[in-house]
Design a binder for this molecule. Structure first.
Ligand code: SF4
Ligand code: ZN
Length: 311
């Protein structure tokens, strides 16, 4: 198939817009969307130190690569990377994150579940499986909460004023639909290019420059740029609720191209109303302190300490 803009062979056919793109036009279009997301949402305006959550997967490697190319001639912005090693045997390796940060000359900080809490995710899951009497929690419930906690803590400790996350269009739309299906749409205020940040200096604001590019395109971009990212899948992914939501959305996108963008745009339109609703009952957005670990918490004990207390 030929590129819709030139004579070259296409590397992708975007069904949602009915256009085929060659390597050059695809890279150009991809970077233009990411830069537009950054510009229109003021994601890096007045920022001094951006820490990128770097797992070594295609999304975070592509994000680090693009942010590096945007900031390398701006000495007023420091770029660093944070890898959270959850301790998932056969999946989480450090080599991809180490290689790309070294290649780009970006300092890498590594935070470990084991060091922070004395247990890897695998150990926590073994413990959870033994716990037959109660409702078994899935790995992603632990991992999502604990990783968010550790990324925030590491970003704060390294002096970053912004945390950049490699969430792509698919991640964002899955989160919107998952919240909707669970009847927790108000949680959606945390979604968006500039994630909802509670006015508290202990929370480092999060930005998502890739939220408007489909997962498949991030993978193609990472390959075309030779980023040597980790394309492996987490062994726990398939057991999660998110996995089912992801499959449903992929089926819908195949049958009705443009579904994912449609969900995203609709959500963005109703987000201001969600924010206003949350603000009206969240008593000035103040947040307390966990009495066990001292990190921010909405109740006496934070979500991580609550999870770790399960026997
Ligand atoms: Fe963690 Fe679940 Fe992602 Fe695996 S799939 S890394 S367990 S959140
Ligand atoms: Zn706590």
């Amino acid at each position: 198939m030929k590129c819709s803009y030139c004579e070259k062979t296409a590397v992708i056919y975007r069904r949602y817009e009915g256009r085929a793109l060659c390597r050059r036009h695809f890279i150009h279009a991809f970077e233009r969307i990411v830069k537009r997301t950054i510009r229109e949402n003021h994601l890096i305006d007045r920022k001094k130190h951006i820490a990128v959550g770097l797992s070594g997967g295609k999304d975070s490697c592509a994000l680090l690569y693009i942010l590096h190319s945007i900031t390398k001639d701006r000495p007023n912005i420091k770029l660093s990377a944070i890898l959270v090693n959850e301790g998932i045997k056969g999946y989480r390796t450090e080599k991809h994150a180490k290689a790309i940060s070294k290649k780009l000359g970006v300092p890498l900080h590594i935070a470990y579940f084991k060091k922070e809490w004395g247990k890897t995710l695998d150990m926590l899951m073994k413990q959870e499986k033994k716990n037959k009497a109660s409702d078994n929690l899935k790995a992603c419930t632990y991992c999502g909460t604990m990783r968010r906690f550790l990324l925030n803590k590491a970003a704060r400790e390294t002096g970053a004023d912004t945390l950049a996350i490699g969430h792509n269009l698919d991640d964002e739309v899955q989160a919107i639909m998952a919240n909707y299906i669970r009847g927790d749409l108000l949680r959606g205020v945390r979604l968006g290019a500039n994630a909802f940040s509670i006015e508290d200096p202990r929370f480092i604001p999060r930005i998502k420059p890739l939220r408007e590019v489909p997962e498949k395109e991030v993978a193609i971009y990472a390959m075309l740029k030779g980023l040597n990212a980790d394309f492996g899948e987490c062994p726990y992914a398939e057991e999660s609720f998110r996995w089912d939501v992801r499959n449903i959305l992929n089926d819908l996108e195949t049958k009705y191209p443009g579904t994912k963008y449609s969900v995203l745009r609709t959500f963005d339109r109703i987000k201001p109303a969600l924010e206003a609703t949350v603000a009206s009952f969240s008593n000035s957005g103040k947040i307390g302190t966990c009495k066990k670990c001292g990190e921010p918490a909405s109740n006496d004990v934070c979500k991580v300490c609550e999870l770790l207390a399960r026997k």
